[in-house]
Design a protein around this ligand. Structure first.
Ligand code: ATP
Length: 334
């Protein structure tokens, strides 16, 4: 039995010859928010659908709160709220009727059902829209309805596939706020998105998938502060006096490369991410008479970090050890 809310081990999903998910393993602890990032076709939806018990893996293990999604889909569905990237709607059904219909399907009845629907509508700010037809809502309203539906049975784990896709900035902020509140309530949230900067703000960890393989799992900060493709790290340095002295100093020092002037100094690149190397460069600057007032790592944005990582992979450098490929997979019954 695992202590993680989500556990995936050596998971494969082949569509004919296509290896949509190709031996991935990861765990997401209870109460954390994990962003799932990857290019179009990387395998995000396939992984999420398996976790939501909507598809079978070709091989491997997927568990929600220690429960195997293939063996016990009914138990898993009680634990998860699933927000797909596209969802069907019904004509001539109001928002209230829609949520009431699903609350009934989840087994709620009488006063409890009315209360549950009311709570969810309050949380997702759908009360003013209660009598609107559910297929006549804007994209942002539709996403709130979809989230409301996913929350009706108060699930421990939320799996959200691209919930922010197509939303305008205001609707994205609203959705982000709702996700933050749900995280504060202790729910585990697994969310895919192409908007990396937003994921970085709200996620405890980021899981990068590329061609069906996990290429990174870590927190956003470590990615932003990570080394560039050649193993170097960027620093912003400010000095008193003539800023040109910084470039002169770099030109005669082997580890530091001067990249660009700034008002009080410039950007430099140190050829290693080792903090000892940075400390040595700083000590040498001071020893050589530079009056340093600022010396700090420059943060990359997450998009750059992601592109950088894909570049490393193209060059054959693996960012993270992969699990050992297994023998030919046996196909699960569909
Ligand atoms: P996107 O960001 O575009 O939604 P994704 O990361 O969610 O992409 P998936 O939808 O998981 O990617 O698709 C992974 C690969 O599997 C793609 O090449 C896709 O075409 C393929 N695929 C997904 N579902 C099926 C299916 N039912 N039959 C055949 N191929 C499929």
């Amino acid at each position: 039995m695992s202590n993680s809310a989500i556990r995936v081990h050596n998971l494969y999903r082949y569509f004919g010859q296509l290896k949509a998910v190709n031996g991935i393993s990861f765990e997401i602890p209870h109460g954390s928010v994990c962003g799932f990032v990857g290019a179009n076709g990387a395998g995000k939806t396939t992984t999420m659908r398996i976790l939501a018990s909507l598809d079978y893996p070709t091989m491997g293990l997927a568990e929600i709160c220690g429960i195997n999604v293939v063996h016990h889909p009914d138990q898993v569905r009680r634990l998860i709220g699933w927000m797909p990237d596209h969802f069907g709607n019904y004509e001539h059904m109001t928002v209230l009727e829609y949520l009431d219909f699903y609350a009934r399907a989840f087994g709620y009845s009488g006063v409890e059902r009315r209360q549950r629907v009311q709570e969810v509508m309050e949380f997702t700010d759908l009360i003013p829209l209660a009598e609107r037809f559910s297929n006549k809502l804007s994209k942002g309203m539709t996403q709130r309805l979809c989230l409301g539906r996913a929350l009706l049975h108060d699930p421990q784990v939320l799996i959200m596939d691209e919930p922010a896709a197509g939303l305008d900035p205001k609707a994205r902020v609203e959705l982000k706020h709702l996700i933050r509140v749900l995280a504060q309530e202790g729910k585990t949230i697994f969310i895919s998105s192409h908007i990396l900067s937003e994921l970085g703000e709200m996620c405890d960890s980021l899981l990068f998938i590329n061609n069906g393989r996990i290429v990174h799992h870590g927190d956003a900060e470590s990615l932003k502060q990570g080394t560039d493709a050649a193993g170097g790290m960027l620093y912003d340095v400010q000095i008193t006096g003539d800023p040109g002295r910084l470039s002169e100093w770099c030109s005669v020092n082997p580890y530091a490369e001067f990249l660009e002037s700034r008002k009080l100094g410039g950007r430099i690149r140190i050829d290693s991410g080792d903090p000892e190397k940075a400390a040595e460069v700083l000590a040498r600057m001071i020893r050589d008479g530079l009056r340093v007032t600022e010396f700090h790592k420059e943060q990359r944005n997450l998009e750059d970090a992601f592109i950088d990582m894909l570049g490393r992979l193209d060059r054959g450098e693996t960012a993270r050890p992969e699990s050992t490929p297994p023998p030919a997979p046996t196909f699960a019954p569909h």
